[in-house]
Write a protein of this length. Sequence first.
Length: 65
Amino acid sequence: MDKETRNAAVAAACIMLGFGLAAYFMPTIMLAVGQYSTAVAGVIAICFVAAFFLVFWLRGRARRG
């Protein structure tokens, strides 16, 4: 494994760990926000899923350019 591949693997692992931790706490967050507004809780869930794909899409664009 060369340095560039190792750096990419470490970055992907950190991103996955961060999102994994956020996903672990997502039910608690959704219940807390859902008591305030179910629409806002839905928007938070949609933003979480979109952010997951957005981070990897941006990383891929940065690596190409």
